[in-house]
Structures are given as structure tokens and as C-alpha cells.
Write a protein that binds this ligand. Structure first.
Ligand code: NDP
Length: 310
């Protein structure tokens, strides 16, 4: 009997570990052959930097394998500590994780890109990131004044980062299609990802279609848009809209889960940010239902082409 119980217990532990290792979000193939988990943890919040170590731990426990950060966010050290914790505890291996960071605007010179990435890697305590993004097409000097640097030049630095193995995949963020085409025309590498603001109040069908036509995966930042209240106020969408509530009731999900599912069903990769363990778990619990085309239309009908970020 004791042996049987021990065997059952051992099996339970093994199956918990293997479920944890796999993660909850299915992956999507990028145009360079690498794979990105189809939902990630966002991490932007200057007043929450100290919470990010715990948030990474909670997220990995909840089944996340994809974490989004940036040099700008000032949280790479804390995120790195969270990553070290989950690896040290044997919950995941480095290769199970997909870590994104971003090049800030004041390092757009071709020869500034690799040193900037090395600095991020040192803060993260990693040898490579899975995805390195040009945070924005706008270049500035160290004081933040706009300067002119061709995005094709910055992209050469990004290619160098990939060649050196410091970034497994490279991409852009906040780029329009003209800027992306400028890169494509001057390079052998098509960006793997464009990370842009998408949510029900800013659905960007045209931008998404343009990226898909070029084989570029679209990551949706600020995926909740105006459905969550934001510092600075204003523009909060009525969460009690009966059409939305009906969809949420039908699947026994929250409005936020329905919004994330809307983005997944449009083939986008949402990166919801939360530092709250319940909400972190809630946000990845979206892989057991799917919206109908009609429901996708209902969620998209909140579109006002309105951005949170300029
Ligand atoms: P989100 O749409 O992810 O919203 C985050 C807010 O929603 C927080 O206030 C959070 O609070 C709250 N929240 C999270 N989950 C829930 C839930 N289930 N129910 C109710 N409220 C919830 O906005 P972000 O702007 O943070 O975007 C996500 C990520 O995208 C960023 O964190 C960053 O990583 C990236 N980003 C990239 C940009 C770029 O230029 N490339 C620009 C902006 C963002 P709480 O933490 O208390 O749960």
C-alpha cells in the first residue's frame, strides 16, 4: 500500500512539473523559425519595478513562459532576479522561457545597438534574449532631443545582435508599414515581430493585415486599452456593456479574459501586464474557449481608433 501511495505521489509530482514546464500558451512560429508563446506578461510601470521579481515568479507558476520588458522600464534587474529564481528552483529551464527586451531611442546608431543589448543582458543576467525590438522608430540624443537616424541603419545593428547570438529573433515596435518596408528594402532580414498598441478601442485591422502579408507576427501591447482605468484618467470604457457581459457569461469568463481571447482569435499575441497574482493567473486562463466570428465583431465594435500612447 505504502509503495502504491509513493508511486501515485511521485506520478502526481512528475505530471505537475511537466505541466509547468510546457506552459499554458501555445506557441506561434516566427519568420526565422523560432517560436513565441502566444501570450506574455507585460511589465511596464515605473512605480512597480520592485514588484516585478515576484510577478515573474507568479507568472511562471501560472504557466507563462513569455515576459516582455524594455531598457526604458528600468526593471530588467528585477525581472532578471525573477528569472533566476524560477530557473534555480527547477521550475523551468532557460530554454523554456521567451524573454523580450527593447532598444531605447537614444541608442539608434548602428554601433550603439549591440552595446545597449549587452547592457540589458547584464541587467537581466542572461546570455541572450529571445526577442530584441527597436522600441520606437523615433531616434533621440542622450538628452531626449529628436535626431535623424535612418531605421535601416539601426536595423544593421539589430542584425549584428542576431548574428552574434545575443538575440535569437529581432523585430520592431511602434513602426508603421512604410518604416517596416524601408527595413525590408535594405536588409535580408524581415523583422519577426511588430509590437503595437491594439485593444478593442484601437483595433488596427489595416496595420495588422500589412504585417501579416509580410510574415510579421503582431504583438498587442496595452491589450486591455481603456477597459482598465489608467493613471491620468479619462476614456474608461463601460465594462457593463450588455453585449460584452453576455459573451463573458456564455463562457464563464471575465470581460478581461474575453478581450484577451478577442486578440488571440485575431492571431495577435497579447502581453497583459499585472503584478497581482490572481489577475496574472486569470489573464492566462484563456486557452479553453474561443470566440465566434460574430463575437469577435462585437468586441471589435468598440473601436474608436483611439490610442493610449502617442
Ligand atoms: P494592459 O492593457 O496590460 O493593462 C494593465 C493594467 O490592467 C494594469 O493596471 C493592471 O493592474 C490591470 N489589469 C491586469 N489584468 C487585469 C484583469 N484581469 N482585470 C482587471 N484589471 C487588470 O496595459 P499596459 O500598458 O501595461 O500594456 C501591457 C504591456 O505592453 C506593458 O506592460 C509593456 O510590457 C508593453 N507595452 C509596450 C509598449 C511599447 O511601446 N512597445 C507601450 C506600452 C506597453 P494590476 O497590475 O494591478 O493587475
Amino acid at each position: 500500500m505504502k509503495l502504491l501511495l509513493a508511486t501515485v505521489a511521485a506520478f502526481a509530482v512528475i505530471s505537475t512539473i511537466s505541466a509547468a514546464v510546457r506552459g499554458k500558451a501555445p506557441t506561434k512560429q516566427l519568420n526565422d523559425g523560432n517560436h513565441i508563446p502566444s501570450l506574455g506578461l507585460g511589465s511596464f510601470g515605473f512605480d512597480e519595478i520592485r514588484k516585478m521579481r515576484q510577478a515573474v515568479w507568479d507568472a511562471v507558476q501560472a504557466g507563462y513562459r513569455h515576459i516582455d520588458t524594455a531598457a526604458l522600464y528600468g526593471n530588467e534587474v528585477e525581472i532578471g532576479k525573477g528569472i533566476a529564481d524560477v530557473i534555480k528552483q527547477g521550475i523551468v529551464k532557460r530554454e523554456d522561457l521567451f524573454i523580450t527586451t527593447k532598444l531605447w531611442n537614444d541608442k539608434h546608431g548602428r554601433n550603439q545597438v549591440v552595446p545597449a543589448l549587452r547592457e540589458s543582458l547584464q541587467k537581466l543576467g542572461l546570455e541572450y534574449v529571445d526577442l530584441y525590438l527597436i522600441h520606437s522608430p523615433e531616434a533621440t540624443d542622450a538628452q531626449g532631443n529628436t535626431i535623424k537616424v535612418d531605421v535601416a541603419e539601426t536595423w544593421q545593428g539589430m542584425e549584428e545582435a542576431k548574428r552574434l547570438g545575443l538575440a535569437r529573433s529581432i523585430g520592431v515596435s511602434n513602426f508603421n508599414i512604410e518604416q517596416i518596408d524601408r527595413i525590408i528594402k535594405n536588409s535580408n532580414f524581415v523583422p519577426s515581430v511588430n509590437q503595437i498598441e491594439i485593444h478593442p478601442s484601437n483595433t488596427k485591422e489595416k496595420e495588422v493585415a500589412d504585417c501579416f502579408e509580410r510574415g510579421i507576427v503582431v504583438v498587442a501591447y496595452s491589450p486591455f486599452g481603456f477597459f482598465v482605468s489608467r493613471a491620468g484618467g479619462g476614456n474608461v470604457v463601460n465594462r457593463n456593456d450588455p453585449k460584452l457581459l453576455n459573451i463573458a457569461r456564455k463562457y464563464n469568463k471575465s470581460i478581461n479574459q474575453v478581450i484577451l481571447r478577442y486578440e488571440l482569435d485575431r492571431d495577435l499575441i497579447p502581453i497583459p501586464k499585472s503584478t497581482n497574482p490572481q489577475r496574472i493567473a486569470e489573464n492566462i486562463n484563456v486557452f479553453d474557449f474561443q470566440l465566434t466570428p460574430e463575437e469577435i465583431g462585437i468586441v471589435g465594435s468598440f473601436n474608436q481608433n483611439k490610442s493610449i500612447f502617442d
